[in-house]
Design a protein around this ligand. Sequence first.
Ligand SMILES: [Zn+2]
Ligand SMILES: [Zn+2]
Length: 640
Amino acid sequence: MNTITKSFLALSLVLSPCCVQRAHAQQIAADAIYAGGPIITMNDAAPRAEAVAVKDGRIIAVGTKAEVEKYKAAGTKFIDLRGKTLLPGFIDGHGHVSLTGIQAASANLLPAPDGGGNSISRIQEILREYAKTDASKEFDLILGFGYDDAQIAERRHPTRQDLDEVSKDIPILLIHQSCHLGAMNTKALELAGLTAESKDPQGGVIRREADGKTPNGVLEETAFMLNAMAIFPKLNAKQFAQLAVMGQDLYIKCGFTTAQEGRAAGPTHSSFAALADAELMKIDVVSYMDMVFSNDPPEMKSPWYSRTYRNGYRIGGVKLNLDGSIQGKTGYLTKPYKAPPPGAATNYRGYETLPDQVVAAKVDKAYSNGWQVLAHCNGDAAIDQYISAVRDAVAKHGPADRRTVVIHAQTARLDQLDSMKELGIMPSFFGMHCFYWGDWHRDETLGAVRAEMISPAQSALRRGMIFTQHHDSPVAQPSAIRILSSVVTRRTRSGDILGADERISVDDALKSLTIWGAYQHFEEKEKGSLETGKVADFVVLSADPFAVDIEKLSELTVLETIKGGKSIFKADAQPAKVRAGALPELPPMPLAARADAPPARGVFAYASTTSLMPGSCGCAGCALGHLVTMGRREVASTAR
Ligand SMILES: [Zn+2]
Ligand SMILES: [Zn+2]
């Protein structure tokens, strides 16, 4: 009997009327029983349990110890939680798994507490160390990820001269934490062909030195993306797959058992499909195919587009991107930024990625096909565009259970929450911004009044809405704990509370990371809470989040991650730290046929669409995704 049939049989017995259940309980032997610590179910009908029994990767009983021990037999493993806390595995509201692999393969320039990039000199030291690694040699590049000018002591981006002090011979590419900007040394500028004569591309800025001409190394938006692509190594299919594995590894360490590939292109999809075919997926990954560059992603016709995972992978729908980032001052607002970026007019309010009619046509196309749509919208003007497009599409196609999602919704106004509720749009908030960029938003981008209202989660709850909370990894590390702490306290880096009225409870925060995440992905019958019949995806935390002081939530740690009843991460059993950027070994896989072929939507498509677009792309998935799926040389000819 295969595993699926066995599980089904066991489940059908458990789910039968109670007299039958009692009669068969003796005959069903659990593989494992977890007990001995707080068990938080995220099931409102029974929020706490004493024990959970698992068989064939599914939960077969949750309840009191006495109830669950009925499933104990000779072969049943008893797992003592030793006072630690068991919860459903975390479900990613929005992130980019394979790009998280890039983060893992680069020099970590994140500021504290996630890294050491807090001054120009410290960044130089980190880059010098990274230059000695295999990864740097493999990429033929010094690649740094995650610096943030708002957190650098000098309060500026590193310039080409700063980077030339690290190396004049090896190209250096730094990616800003927002993924919307970056910096290069002189060697990289040369390779990209950037000179005093280079003009700013549409939707981007090449920052200049005092003469107003010579590039100073700092590049914004399309100027960053196109030129970064021009010097980025062309990754082969195996390297893509390796990054997809490295990304999963980081998610697993953070307690995630379901992750989102929040803007997939052809090669990203192919590497996940290949890993799934080879049974090498470690957690469930659901992809959303990019619909900015393709109006009709061919992958939506593949069997991977399904509500059911095959070996841990599926395509869930499509992803749109309607603006940039607030912290990078490229998000599309209805009112001007507090302090416009250098050279911009005082009424500067960012810009849209796509014109209204194009957004409307793409949403209509998705609704016509029944595709779930996720759209990145940070600024309220971008959210207006989306709401208007969804309103038209709902009027045309009628109401249905579509679970349309607005990703980030950072500056959502209260009237926009009302519209979202009316139209069935679910927000996925980037609430951890309160910690990472809260001070910056208050002082630089939005001003106090608008900053206090970012990610208005409590206002959504007051309207009876549910939502997810996300990390947008690699924009931030994929830490559910950091999300939990940020959205419950809304503490900024400096310790301020940003918008006390929008704080949410520990219970609601955990729901946004579990059961509501399952709902967003149409998986609430399978995941998100500890209930009989659901998948045995768990995380074990160092303490009960309901029992610790909320100011100490950030100190919780993930001790173990369990996927389908199997332990896939233990904090105390990790191998010695992997060298920066060392790519994992993979067994032979049928990759060559898939993706040594050029990307499905390559440089030509990119070049032709950017020339039509007034703005650039939005989040990490956009900038980095196109960077790594294209690579150098192919782009060099079309970048300018
Ligand atoms: Zn985004
Ligand atoms: Zn994103």
